[in-house]
Design a protein around this ligand. Sequence first.
Ligand code: HEC
Length: 152
Amino acid sequence: MMRFYLLCTSMMLGSALLTGCSREQQVVVDARDLDPFSEEAFCAWHIGSPQIGQEIFERPVLADGAGCVTCHSRSPETRLVGPSLYGVAVTAAERQKGIIPANYLYLSIVDPSFYVTPGFPADVMPDHYAGTLSEEEITDLVSYLMTLYPDE
Ligand code: HEC
């Protein structure tokens, strides 16, 4: 399993301070090895590239992409096949008691049936992403989804 080396670059330190993650937690870890409800897991997700994640999210299936945009809007008014991901960085925390939002998002991508969003059909979201996207791509996707806060 891929290891992520969390070096304290100035950006990372900035986000670590914002979230209250301590320097000690910025070590060599893989978020998936950690208890998904723990603070360590939350800190471990502060890696990945939201920019690349957004590209992956928006690349259509026809262009060999993951096709997330086909089923998920990012605006509060538009409902496609799946739930709108407007503000999902916040709603992810409300789906299961105590879960670290990034872990919820990670699990939603690799194992959509672990929690079926109320009001939406099960078995519609593809369950192949763990096999078709690399771990790095999934991490980038999670980092991107974690930037989707509701507007003020
Ligand atoms: C064919 C349609 C479809 C595609 C493609 C799809 N999803 Fe989904 N997704 C769904 C549906 C339907 C649900 C709700 C049911 C469930 O939880 O499985 C869902 C649920 C989710 C959730 C949980 C949202 C919440 O509010 O609880 C996330 C996060 C998510 N998808 C992310 C993604 C990402 C990232 C991709 C691309 C890698 C993707 N989905 C591709 C249909 C899709």
